[in-house]
Design a binder for this molecule. Structure first.
Ligand code: TYM
Length: 413
């Protein structure tokens, strides 16, 4: 992994993800440490067993492989399901680029599985306002354009439009949603926002306020066309970088007599350069985008994917590779469905029987296949479908009935 200078602790917040630097060397993110720092809980086997028992469905690959690894009161969601009571799902995307990258897909693919298994309604916030406020170079109309393009990416993940509402903040900010935003804003002091996010006096006031916008979709009456005025609990799947927003949200929820949102957190899909940082849209060489061609995917993985292999083929055959830091292996851990095949690759790569070149080839094939599947579905997204997902005057089905997908299925568990 990249050489840096000096020693630092790890940083994980909505804007920066970087492992600890020890003796100038960037380390992988220490997720156990993060759970301690953030005060969340690890997802353990009894929780997965309970999920399987209640739903009759084998936990998703992301759960089985510890990629969704932490939570806040996910047990409350399981309690609700056990009692036949409703909850909904809430997640989001900050549209910083015209195309999402494959790392952004992780919470969405997981939401799709949760929606299928629990039959829950899902709201997806596109924070074009956030991206405009935080990026000094981004024009407001471009942020909005990116939101619509990203919405089409998201539609290609196979959500049920009858149960899924996707909205741009710039378009949807009004009525009951805005009332919640203002109620939340009144409940958070400048000190709290500064302490949670590390803002200083030269940051614009939009940044201090933005938490109110990301908090408010956690409250079901922000969406009268789905939930009427009911107060229904929600579950927020996201990577753990977004947790600071929801720590504040949970504090405020109590004051406003709403349910505290439950959370379920993913590890980061690593940057091509290694597991010390997350894949990021602003560093194009760190990321594989949903609109990359097969050749671009091949070249990026061949050129940039950090290898856990040895320096020479001979040494590699002798000592084997390190799957923990090898980016190609890590990508397969997210996207190769077959548990047995993954275990075999791990064994062969660790023993030196499989070379870095062979591992990269497998990774390239799997990522190309995934991206091709999304591109094919995305090419079929019509204006009518966009309207079905994004028009707030079309009522949604909020009942907890398993859904019938309306768009072509993506082939991931
Ligand atoms: P954004 O656009 O940075 O990221 C969108 C979602 O993807 C997750 N994520 C990743 N997951 C795995 N590996 C990665 N390399 C990776 N990079 C990003 C993020 O955690 C997020 O879940 N402010 C938010 C938008 C938002 C939101 C929400 C996110 C609004 N409401 C509710 C989650 C839940 C943002 O800019 O996300």
């Amino acid at each position: 992994m990249a050489e840096q200078t000096g020693n630092t602790g790890q940083t994980v917040n909505p804007w920066k993800v970087q492992g600890e630097i020890v003796d100038g060397k960037l380390q992988a993110i220490d997720y156990n440490k993060l759970v301690d720092q953030f005060g969340t809980r690890l997802i353990d086997q009894p929780m997965l067993d309970r999920l399987e028992k209640l739903t009759g469905v084998r936990p998703h690959v992301f759960l089985r492989r510890g990629l969704f690894f932490s939570h806040r009161e996910f047990n409350k969601i399981l309690d609700l399901y056990e009692k036949g009571k409703p909850f909904y799902l809430y997640t989001g995307r900050g549209p910083s680029s015209g195309s999402m990258h494959v790392g952004h897909m992780i919470p969405f693919l997981f939401c799709k599985w949760l929606q299928d298994v629990f039959g829950a309604a899902l709201v997806i916030q596109l924070t074009d306002d956030e991206k405009f406020i935080f990026n000094p170079d981004l024009k407001i109309d471009d942020a909005h354009k990116f939101a619509i393009e990203n919405a089409k990416d998201i539609m290609s993940f196979g959500f049920d439009p009858k149960k899924t509402f996707i909205f741009s903040d710039l378009d949807y900010m009004s009525g009951p949603f805005y009332k919640n935003v203002i109620k939340v804003a009144k409940s958070i002091t400048t000190n709290q926002s500064r302490a949670t996010f590390g803002f200083n006096d030269s940051d614009n006031i939009g940044k201090l306020h933005f938490v109110s916008v990301q908090a408010s979709p956690s409250f079901s009456n922000s969406f009268p066309h789905i939930f009427g005025t009911a107060n229904i609990p929600c579950l927020v799947p996201c990577a753990i970088d977004q947790d600071p927003y929801f720590r504040l949200t949970r504090e405020v929820a109590q004051k406003l007599k709403y349910h505290k949102p439950s959370l379920i957190h993913a590890k980061f899909f690593p940057a091509l350069q290694g597991p010390g940082t997350k894949m990021s849209a602003s560093i194009t060489t760190s990321a594989i985008f949903i609109n990359d061609t097969p050749n671009q995917i091949k070249n990026k993985i061949n050129k940039y994917a950090f290898s856990g292999g040895q320096d020479t083929a001979e040494l590699h055959r002798l000592h084997g590779g390190n799957c923990e830091v090898d980016v190609s292996f890590q990508y397969l851990k997210f996207f190769l469905e077959d548990d047995e095949e993954l275990a075999l690759i791990e064994k062969q790569y660790s023993s030196g029987e499989m070379s870095t070149g062979q591992l990269k080839q497998k990774c390239i094939a799997v990522v190309q296949e995934l991206v091709k599947g999304i591109q094919e579905i995305r090419a079929t997204v019509t204006d009518e479908l966009v309207d079905q997902f994004m028009n707030p005057t079309i009522p949604k089905d909020a009942s907890m009935k398993p859904c019938v997908p309306q768009v072509q299925e993506l082939k991931i568990e």
